[in-house]
Every structure is written in C-alpha cells, then in structure tokens.
Design a protein around this ligand. Structure first.
Ligand code: HAM
Length: 435
C-alpha cells in the first residue's frame, strides 16, 4: 500500500529537465562572461549568523523584519538562511583578510537565497541569484564596469527590453538634510500610519518610500527625492557614471524614486527592469530582473577595512521565466538514436552506443529493448535527429541505414547508408546541425 504523498515546501521549486537546460545555459554564459570581466567565483554557506543581516541589510527593512528564515541551532545560536549574497560575501572578504593581499577584488556567486515573501509570479521563498561584488574602487569606472557586465549579460542570454533604471543615494553628507526633509514631509501622516510604518518613520524614514500602505501612496509620490540633495562629491560621481555609460552606449532612465529595499547603499543604485515595448510584461510586478548599487561603508561597518564596494544580483528564476516564454534557449537532443533487436548482435549495438558517447557524441538507445517501432517512438520523444536500427544485416554489412527523424510530415523518407568506418565523420557533421 502506498503512503500519503508529501508536497514540497510552499514557495520552493523543484528545477527539473527540460527547463534545467535554461538554467545551465544562463550559468554557462555567466561563467565565461564574468570571468572575462575579471570576476572570480566564490561559494559561501547557505546560513550565516543572524546578526550579519541585521547589521547590513538593516533591522527596519522588510527582509530583516519580516522575511528571514531564522532559527536557533543546537548550540542555541541564532542562524539565518541567507536572504541575499552581499553581506555573506563581505563577511568572507573581511574574515579572510582579502584586502591585505589584494587592493582590488572582484567576485561573483550564484546560489539559492531565502525570503519568506508573499508569493506571486516570479516571487518565491527559495530563489536563485547570480551576483557580483567589486571591492576597492571609489571610481565611477567601477560602477560602470558592473553595470556594463549586467547589460552585456542580458544581451548574451538574449533577453530583450530590459531597461536600466539609475539613481544616486548620495553618501553620509547627503543624508541628514534629506532625512530631515523627508521626515517633515511624512510627519502629518503619522496618525494614520500602521505600527510598522511608524517604526520606519522614527528609525529609517527612507523605508517609507517603498511602503505598500494605501494611506501613504499619495505622499510617497510627492516626497522629496534624494537626488536633489546630493553633496558635491556624490553629484560629480553620478555625473561621471552617466557620462561613462553614455560613452559605452548603455542606455538608462534616471529614476528619482529608486531607493532599493536594503540599507547598505550609498551613491549609485540601479535596477534592470523588464519592460516589453509591446503589451504587458509576463512577469507583472516581478519585472525587476536585477538590482544593485554602491555600498562604500558596509565592509567597514562589518568590522573590516575602509573598502568601497559596488555590486548587483540578478533574479535567475525571473530570467528563466522570461527566456522560456521567448523559447530562445535550444534544448539538447541526441544526434543519433540506435534501435536494437533481441539477438546476438545486440551487445555489439550497445557497445557501439557507449563507445560513441565516450568519444563525445550525443547518441541514445532504449535500454528496455522491445519492438522497433516503440524504440522509434522513444527516439522521436527525445527529439533525436537521426535513427538507425542495428540488427544482424547491419552488423554483417558494417553499415547503418540512418533515417532522418526531423522531416516535415509529408516529406519523402530520407535514408543514408553510413559505413561503420565513416560513422564518426558523419556524426561530426550531423551533430553540428542537430542539437
Ligand atoms: P535585491 O533587489 O533584494 O538585491 O535582489 C536582487 C534580485 O533578486 C531582484 O531584482 C530579483 O530579481 C531577485 N529576487 C529578490 N527576491 C526574490 C524572490 N522572492 N523571488 C524571486 N526573485 C527574487 C539584493 O539582494 C542585493 N544583495 C543586490 C546587490 C548586490 N547589491 C549590491 N550587491
């Protein structure tokens, strides 16, 4: 008797074939492109001490206040499943004294992140990020390098219509005057605010700008924008960023409202948002496929040296959804499917399949054997390009009769005789046109 079924945890997805190929396609492009940009891969643990995120992402943020998977381990330490990758990377950067051995460090990472969020299209509780962080440069060239990396990445994976939104949050000398203006703006609404919003008003007023509360929406639209309060240094830096982006031909939209939901940002902030020219985005409100910015104080605030930094993270689940809706990632398929018979030459047929695979060809067969037409059905199910039956006659003639499996419905049969000696050369040619 079979037992009751157990479902996966809500908001956490299984990634299965054939869709996994879209993931691998994206990861493959990331590895080669990020490498050429000088970014090396790091892998940090899934869990960190809770305090790391409280001190970096910020206590009065949605992520830390509401969304973290936090538990006490058996030693009664508070542990959190990482909701993002910037703080863990900074922790590792400090812990390994990386700044002592190299003045400039560029890292990338990919892996699962965890946020207990309300679910909707493109928003999950376990999701995957591909992120990059560059430590050691204050120069606008560093901001533009990471933005350029994103833009080129979207181009190479084939996602059209992503628009770069750009803003600057200034630095420590920008903040006091801005926060004062912001507080004055929201003060008349304190009476109607929820407890959460009141807390934000008191302790982290900028967070009100991404509040979803109905009563605040009108005031959010008319709130003062930090970009109007930039100090000279931040203004010059932001001008440099824009000039260099223009030089590189990377289009952007200035977005005065872009403040991002994490506390560590200074100066440049940016997002890439999917905005199809025609019609609605299939991602709805989850159209932000990448978010990032500069964070010049974080490394020092986490106990490390004074090291400015800038980085981003892309939401891979969202990218995969987009690519799958565009059907632009080719699926792999066998070049040749070998049909076998229940006779003494079956072992030779199987040995040939394995040998060809081991030599680098994508060749398949049905290990269940059985009727040849069933095997042919299997070949077409796995989208094999060519099919050859290997029986007594083929074994003796040392030649396969190879059928084209990808003909139009009413096209005449296309069958080729390929001798065992010529098989490798033929497969080499055929595999170029078939996968
Ligand atoms: P973030 O904006 O919180 O930034 O996340 C970056 C991206 O991760 C988002 O733009 C989105 O595509 C994806 N994402 C976030 N939450 C979810 C979710 N629940 N489901 C699916 N995708 C999601 C950061 O995490 C910063 N650490 C980025 C950064 C790196 N800034 C500097 N360096």
């Amino acid at each position: 008797m079979s037992g009751p079924k157990i479902a996966g945890v809500k908001g956490m997805n299984d990634l299965l074939p054939p869709q996994i190929e879209t993931w691998q396609f994206i990861e493959g492009i990331a590895r080669s492109l990020f490498g050429r940009y000088g970014f090396a891969e790091i892998r940090t643990p899934i869990v960190e001490h809770t305090e790391l995120f409280v001190r970096s992402v910020g206590e009065v943020t949605d992520i830390v206040g509401k969304e973290m998977y936090t538990f006490n381990d058996k030693g009664d330490r508070s542990i959190t499943m990482r909701p993002e990758g910037t703080a863990p990377a900074a922790r590792a950067y400090i812990e390994h004294g990386v700044a002592n051995t190299e003045p400039l460090t560029r890292w990338f990472y990919t892996g699962p992140m965890f946020r207990y969020e309300r679910m909707q299209t493109g928003r999950y509780r376990q999701f995957y990020q591909l992120g990059a962080e560059a430590y050691g440069s204050l120069d606008a060239a560093q901001d533009v390098e990471v933005i350029s990396l994103c833009a080129e990445f979207f181009k190479q994976v084939g996602v059209p219509d992503v628009v770069l939104h750009l803003n600057s949050l200034g630095d420590a000398s920008t903040r006091p005057a801005y926060l004062e203006a912001l507080k004055a703006h929201f003060a008349p609404l304190v009476e109607v605010m929820s407890a959460d919003a009141k807390l934000a008003f008191e302790r982290n007023t900028m967070r009100l700008l991404d509040s979803k509360e109905e009563a605040l929406q009108a005031a959010i639209k008319t709130a003062p924008a930090i970009i109007d309060f930039l100090d000279e240094g931040s203004k010059k830096h932001f001008d440099d960023v824009q000039r260099l982006l223009t030089k590189l031909g990377i289009g952007f939209e200035l977005d005065r409202r872009l403040v991002r939901g994490l506390d560590y940002y200074t100066r440049t902030t940016f997002e890439f948002i999917y905005q199809p020219k025609s019609g609605e985005s299939s991602l709805g409100r989850a159209g932000t496929v990448c978010g990032g910015g500069r964070y010049d104080r974080l490394v020092h605030e986490l106990g490390g040296p004074e090291k400015p930094a800038v980085g981003f993270a892309m939401g891979l689940d969202r990218l995969v959804m987009l690519l799958d809706s565009l059907k632009s990632v080719p699926r792999s398929a066998p070049t040749l499917f070998v049909g076998t018979f229940d006779g003494p030459e079956r072992d030779d047929a199987i040995a040939l399949v394995m040998a060809l695979r081991n030599e680098g060809f994508h060749v398949d067969f049905d290990p269940r054997g059985g009727k040849l037409n069933k095997q042919k059905e299997r070949a077409s199910k796995v989208n094999a390009a060519w099919f050859a039956a290997y029986g007594d006659a083929e074994h003796k003639a040392r030649t396969l009769k190879i059928d084209n499996m990808r003909l139009a419905k009413d096209a005449p049969r296309e069958q080729l005789d390929v001798s065992f000696d010529a098989l490798r050369a033929w497969l080499n040619g055929a595999s170029k046109g078939s996968s």
